[in-house]
Design a protein around this ligand. Structure first.
Ligand code: CA
Length: 733
């Protein structure tokens, strides 16, 4: 009623004002004051409503997926640990982590839910007050700043927001102390940390109804939603950095993403709504990078940073933020629904997957997604940092940035395998094979720079090539990956080391999920259980619907044995309890002190094991060269020619010539047609242009071509040139 009356009055004065203006200023002044007053009242009212709206959205969000019965029984269970003074007897308050605030928050959730048997329970309210008072009195400080500055204030904020509608639940003095305990200095331009702190600013704004707190919460929640070049946050290529120039798509990138989505969701349709341009960045990062790193319900292990060493770290748990995206970005509803169905296992991992190939030139990360599988590669260069160890997490991850390949079909291939992993046999890497995992220890915290600058790749959107000059732990190699529809060709050349350990290239190390079959030139067999066998003449191996083909004889070792270990050895925050499981392991042994050794294998995910006993159609797919200077693969059926030039060189084959004056990776699409397209990139990110000489089958003459390359933040990005007969002949003249 009052609002309605105010509205009519305001309309009346607006009307008067509008028409009185030409006649004189008396009217204007007279009614202006009244109008201001009404406007103020209206604004105050609207502003208060904003706090209520946001608080309500947050409170509903905090109850996402709550099972009332389980929640109530957890609370029952926790009561026995609550001392008379409101402290929890099993908590060391000098090192308080997630509990006890999580337990208190659970009581608050139950207290506000009409469907819970503790809804408005007097006993729960009493315990809430006691335990919060105790927390306020103790005011715990952790050695790790993250708990003090992020986790504690966020959780206090959430508890206060939950209880906001139940004004009598907390004494106002206690509420005031708790609010004061939430105040922290903002960490500006610190990616996910900035948005994490801004999120508790938002909670605080809701409970204090303070406009300047809300203004600053919004500013800092939105600040990280921008494209940066080298600073922490979303990069110009769509990848994500944190702790310096370190790929963190699914670790800190996930924190950033969920904070950004939450903020956008809470503030939607208010004057604080996310600006359109930023919304585009958010959707693009989510859809085109982040979501693609999840296969079924599991992350690619290459995107979890040091979090790879935490239990359940590959589990995505994205349902709630996907659900919010379908509200925020309703026009893409079909996409969000399909993603939700995949991550909750309601649909298979292949459901509505569209093939794509992306090379992230800022992060040295390659992501190849197909309906049948996901295959990614992580590398490090002098421009980036290797996967970090920090706070004694990821202790054995030294080789993770040396070309680790994540090969997923269902998604769960590596889920929680990490405690039993042999950490110097990370899939895809070439390194020393130590007796224990001692050489896999990361020697310095928070990221060590890579050692080489020829680290890069190209993409045409669907296919691509990536290359890595490895020079790490006294092992050198030229490693490259060639991506097609069904196959990934993995090549290594110039493998040289002078150390005491054997050098190995690991093809895979995943959970044993099926029998392991090995094909040889003349016969074939199925591996006996729990055995390790060396082969000199195996042509293919099949396990868990993935086949590995070996066009040349190599010293192969296959194992399907039980491996044991514990989480603690890779992460000192994790349990020491021994774990074990059957592991499939496949590697190539290059021997001790190899000089210019090489390897080649072709991975075909999503293939029947019977395929390995047939002759794989290698006439379609040929490895034409694999030397330290040059690696060349040709896929005749797809019309693709892919090359890695580690140095200026020329390649002559079957009447074709390709000559370059700078190191590069290149791909020629439709190379046997008169409409060939060249894709080229400079892994060193140093060259301004590359001069090529090309002679292709359907072009009348040999021609010269100068390809200008992108610079600054786009250095390393793929460029595309149409090889038009006319133009080239013209150029040639
Ligand atoms: Ca070893």
């Amino acid at each position: 009623m009052i609002n309605g009356a105010k509205f009519i009055l305001r309309r009346f004065f607006m009307h008067k004002l509008y028409f009185s203006k030409p006649n004189g200023k008396m009217y204007y002044k007279k009614y202006f004051l009244i109008l201001c007053l009404l406007n103020c009242l209206g604004k105050l009212n609207a502003q208060n409503k904003i706090y209520d709206t946001i608080a309500e959205r947050i409170a509903i969000d905090l109850q996402w997926g709550v099972n009332d019965q389980e929640l109530a029984s957890r609370i029952d269970n926790n009561w026995s640990k609550l001392a008379a003074d409101g402290s929890w007897i099993d908590i060391n308050y000098n090192d308080a982590k997630f509990d006890p605030l999580v337990r208190i928050k659970e009581m608050a959730i139950a207290y506000v839910r009409p469907s819970n048997r503790f809804y408005h329970s007097q006993k729960v309210q009493l315990l809430l007050v006691k335990s919060l008072q105790n927390w306020a009195d103790k005011n715990p400080k952790n050695k790790n700043w993250w708990y003090n500055d992020i986790f504690y204030p966020q959780n206090i904020g959430q508890i206060l927001v939950l209880l906001q509608q139940n004004t009598k639940a907390l004494p106002s003095e206690l509420k005031a102390i708790l609010i004061s305990r939430m105040q922290r200095k903002m960490r500006e331009n610190d990616g996910a940390n900035t948005s994490d702190i801004a999120l508790h600013y938002l909670y605080r704004a809701c409970v204090t109804e303070n406009k300047s707190t809300l203004d600053s919460a919004t500013t800092y929640l939105y600040q990280p939603i921008t494209l940066s070049n080298g600073k922490e946050g979303v990069q110009i290529d769509g990848s994500y950095y944190q702790h310096g120039k370190q790929q963190a798509i699914g670790s800190y990138g996930r924190v950033f993403l969920s904070n950004a989505v939450n903020a956008t969701f809470y503030l939607r349709n208010t004057p604080y709504a996310l600006p359109e341009k930023k919304l585009e960045i958010l959707i693009d990062f989510f859809k085109n990078t982040f979501a693609k790193t999840i296969r079924g319900t599991y992350y690619d292990f290459n995107v979890r940073g040091r979090g790879i060493s935490r239990k359940d770290s590959l589990r995505s748990g994205l349902e709630s933020i996907i659900n919010k995206m379908s509200t925020i970005n309703a026009e893409n509803n079909n996409y969000w629904n399909a993603l939700a169905l995949r991550v909750t296992n309601q649909k298979p991992a292949a459901y509505q997957i569209v093939s794509s190939h992306t090379f992230y030139w800022k992060s040295g990360y390659t992501l190849h997604v197909a309906p049948e599988y996901t295959f990614s590669v992580q590398t490090a260069s002098t421009r980036t940092l290797r996967t970090e160890r920090g706070n004694n997490e990821n202790i054995l991850g030294n080789f993770l940035a040396d070309g680790a390949t994540n090969i997923q079909r269902t998604g769960s291939e590596y889920a929680n395998i990490m405690p039993v992993w042999e950490w110097d046999k990370i899939p895809g890497t070439t390194n020393r094979d130590y007796l224990a995992d001692e050489g896999a220890t990361v020697k310095k915290d928070w990221g060590i720079p890579g050692t080489t600058d020829f680290v890069g790749g190209l993409s045409d959107g669907k296919y691509g090539v990536s290359a890595y000059h490895l020079n790490s732990d006294s092992v050198e190699a030229k490693k490259a990956w060639f991506f097609f529809d069904k196959e990934i060709v993995c090549l290594g050349a110039g493998i040289t080391s002078n150390t005491a350990q054997p050098i190995v290239t690991t093809i895979n190390q995943s959970w044993l999920r099926s029998e392991v079959s090995v094909a040889m030139q003349n016969n074939s067999n199925v591996l006996l259980p729990n055995i390790q066998v060396a082969y000199k003449n195996a042509t293919a191996v099949s396990h868990d619907s993935i086949s590995y083909f070996f066009p040349l004889n190599q010293n192969l070792v296959v194992a399907n044995q039980i491996q044991a270990g514990n989480w603690y050895r890779i992460n000192n925050f994790q349990p020491k309890e021994e774990r074990s499981g059957e592991v499939f392991k496949l590697w190539i042994d290059h021997g001790i002190k190899p000089t210019n050794a090489a390897y080649q294998y072709i991975v075909v995910p999503g293939s029947q094991k019977s395929s390995i006993f047939k002759n794989y159609p290698f006439n379609n797919l040929q490895i034409l060269q694999n030397t330290p200077n040059l690696q060349v693969v040709m896929h005749k059926k797809l019309g693709l020619l892919q090359m890695v030039f580690y140095a200026p060189d020329s390649f002559v084959y079957n009447g074709m010539t390709i000559k370059v004056d700078k190191p590069c990776v290149l791909q020629i699409n439709d190379f046997e047609s008169a409409n060939a397209i060249l894709f080229i990139a400079d892994p060193t990110q140093k060259s301004n242009e590359i001069n090529l000489e090309l002679k292709l089958p359907k072009y009348s003459t040999k021609f010269k071509l100068t390809c200008p390359l992108p610079d600054a933040e786009f250095a390393g990005k793929t460029v595309k040139f149409k090889l038009e007969n006319k133009n080239l002949q013209h150029k040639n003249n």
